[in-house]
Design a protein around this ligand. Structure first.
Ligand code: ZN
Ligand code: ZN
Length: 485
């Protein structure tokens, strides 16, 4: 059966064939019923076992491609654009039909985004029966399979993102995740994902039962009739509001699996491929903030900022105001902010690691006052805050003049540096730290902590493993104000 027009697999069959041998066989008796979660007896090692042992279909080559094609999907996905292209050159586009086609695009597209995706696949809100019927009807016009089949694949996509158990695994490339996965038979069975809640839903069952009739009715008959009775343009209705519109809806929603896993950045998490981008949002009726979506899939929003383009969110919000939807789920702002902060810190850490820092005091030789004195006869060494600095490269650059540094060679310039002669800037202190060549034995007097840590190293991005180290206080944590505050 086709991936585009019908249901192909049931969780019951998969679960039974995927069971690793080391676990008790699934209770086929219980699984006979659609209402028992298909993953109720899922073994702990399910993912690794399945990836390792499950057989894939043979590679596609010249000898077998015709056996491996998903013919009905191929036909739907090639004939539809062919009709649209033919129509573009041979059928006059009336302005009423043009406007209607765009509206019909949003109508059927929202059936997928607000219905199939956010309502049924993710249960991001509750819909009243009239709204559920409306979305099931509209979604059928997008000709992307029944709700049950679509959500089955989408839940596997979220559960096994970027693995071979993800039906549109983005690691297989842009073409595969966009459309390739539908053109050929699945290379292996989808990962188990439960849709027993949908099996119990009367509207989902209704749509599944009448699916073939509904796609013809909503996909083609209805737009043709509306354009015919509205402004006597049956042919335009069929070509533009039917075929061309369907082609746009198809590739628009397919972009959620391809473009949204390829273009943009990862403000919430970079473990997997999903990305946020405004362009993706524009072409997918607001499904473009996909990095957010994969982190917080039960959130009814994709875009969390008011100015970001997410008409699907606006639609659900308006439906709630009209009393047609309720229980709109949002992830707590505090937890969303944690995800963002994690990524911001990660980027700051990369920047931090890209800079050169003063040598760690543990890596510097500890030198006695006498040795320091001897060495200072040979090269310009100055002590500041317990550290010995070789200032030879800097003496001529010193804005206050060479003479002020020369005066301090072989001496402790701490007081002079920190305000006695001039209260040096943070930048000067940072630069000074780069000239450290040793630590004066017994030179770490109390009260010098603030002066020993250069300003650029007082607030640093540190990993938790580093914080646990005995040197945490000098490499990580926060500045003293933060600690006291
Ligand atoms: Zn995704
Ligand atoms: Zn999703």
């Amino acid at each position: 059966m086709s991936s585009v027009v019908d249901s192909r697999t049931t969780p019951t069959k998969e679960a039974a064939t995927l069971t690793p041998p080391m676990t008790p066989p699934l209770q086929s008796k219980a699984l006979k019923s659609d209402v028992v979660p298909s993953d109720i007896d899922i073994p702990d090692n399910y993912v690794s076992w399945t990836l390792k042992h499950q057989k894939e279909r043979p590679p596609i080559g010249w000898h077998n491609w015709w056996q491996e094609l998903e013919w009905i999907s191929c036909l739907v996905l090639t004939v539809t654009p062919a009709i649209a292209i033919w129509g573009a050159f041979n059928v006059q586009l009336k302005w009423q039909t043009a406007v209607f086609s765009v509206l019909y695009y949003f109508f059927t597209g929202l059936g997928i985004t607000a219905g199939y995706h956010r309502l049924w696949a993710h249960r991001a809100y509750n819909a009243s029966k009239p709204l559920e019927y409306f979305l099931a009807f509209a979604g059928a016009g997008a000709v992307e399979g029944s709700i049950k089949w679509w959500c089955r694949g989408h839940r596997a996509h979220h559960r096994y993102t970027d693995t071979a158990l993800d039906p549109y695994n983005a690691n297989e490339g842009f073409f595969w995740s966009h459309i390739g996965w539908m053109l050929v038979k699945p290379r292996r069975k989808l990962g188990v994902a439960d849709v027993s809640d949908l099996s119990k839903n009367e509207i989902v069952r209704w749509q599944h039962r009448w699916y073939r009739s509904l796609i013809l009715l909503v996909g083609f008959v209805l737009p043709t009739l509306i354009c015919y009775f509205g402004w006597n343009d049956a042919m335009g209705g069929y070509v533009f509001a039917g075929a061309a519109r369907l082609c746009f809806v198809h590739h628009s929603t397919f972009c959620v699996n391809s473009l949204a896993h390829w273009l943009g950045d990862t403000p919430f998490d970079d473990k997997h491929t999903p990305r946020d981008h405004m362009v993706t949002a524009l072409v997918t009726i607001g499904e473009g903030y996909h990095n957010f979506h994969h982190q917080f899939p039960m959130d009814y929003r994709n875009a969390i900022k008011w100015y970001q383009y997410d008409p699907t969110k606006w639609f659900i919000w308006v439906a709630a105001k009209l009393g047609l939807a309720s229980h709109l789920k949002t992830f707590p702002d505090n937890e969303v902010a944690k995800g963002q902060l994690t990524m911001q810190l990660k980027r700051l850490r990369e920047k931090q690691e890209g800079l050169a820092w003063a040598p760690d005091s543990n890596d510097l030789p500890v030198v006695s006052w006498e040795t320091f004195q001897q060495q200072a006869m040979k090269r310009p060494l100055v002590i500041i805050a317990g550290f010995i600095h070789d200032v030879s490269s800097f003496m001529d650059e010193h804005p206050g003049g060479r003479h002020l540094i020369a005066k301090m060679i072989g001496k402790d310039g701490t007081t002079a540096f920190f305000g006695g002669v001039y209260d040096h800037s943070n930048a000067a202190h940072n630069l000074l730290s780069m000239m450290r060549v040793g630590v004066l034995h017994g030179g770490m007097q109390h009260g010098l902590d603030d002066k020993r840590v250069p300003p650029a190293q007082r607030l640093r991005v540190a990993r938790y493993t580093e914080l646990a180290s005995p040197y945490a206080s000098s490499t990580a944590c926060s500045d003293s104000e933060g600690m006291l505050g």
